[in-house]
Design a protein around this ligand. Sequence first.
Ligand code: SME
Length: 155
Amino acid sequence: MEGRRQRLIDDVRSAIAVKLTRQDILDTAIHLIDDFSPNFDWSGFYMMDGNQLVVASYIGPETPHTVIPLNSGICGAAASQKRSVVVDDVQSDPRFLACSISTRSEIVVPLMDGDRVLGEIDIDSNTPSFFTDDDRVMLEAVAAIVVTRLKEIGV
Ligand code: SME
C-alpha cells in the first residue's frame, strides 16, 4: 500500500485505540478519513439500527438521509450486498439518494463482523469518478480496524 494510505490506516488504528465509546471512535475515525483528501466532500458513518442504517457521525453538509432502509440508496445496496460499492457517476445511478446536488461520485464500504453488517463508511465527492481501487482497499482496511475496536469496547 502507498505510504499515505498506509499512514491513514495506522493513524486511525492508534487514534481509536484510546477511545472508549462508539461515538468517540466513529467521530475520531471520520475526522482522519475526511482529512485524507480535499475531494472527500461528505464523509460519514451509518450504523445499523434494527434493519435500517442511521447516520452516526459525519463531516460535510447536513444530509436529508439520516435513516436509510436497506432497499434504498447506494448505502442500502452496499449493506444488503455486504460489499463495497463505488459509483463513478451518481447521476446515472437510479439507486442514488442525493445528500447534496453537487455530489458526482460515491464510495460505500460496509463494516463487516464476519457475515454481519454493523454499519458502513460512506464518502461523497463533487469530482466525477474520484474513488480508485486503492481508496477502496484503504477504506476496507479502515473499516476492519473500526470493527475490531468496536468489538473491543463491546458494541
Ligand atoms: N448517497 C447515499 C445517501 C447518503 S448521502 O450521500 C450522505 C445513497 O445513495 O445511499
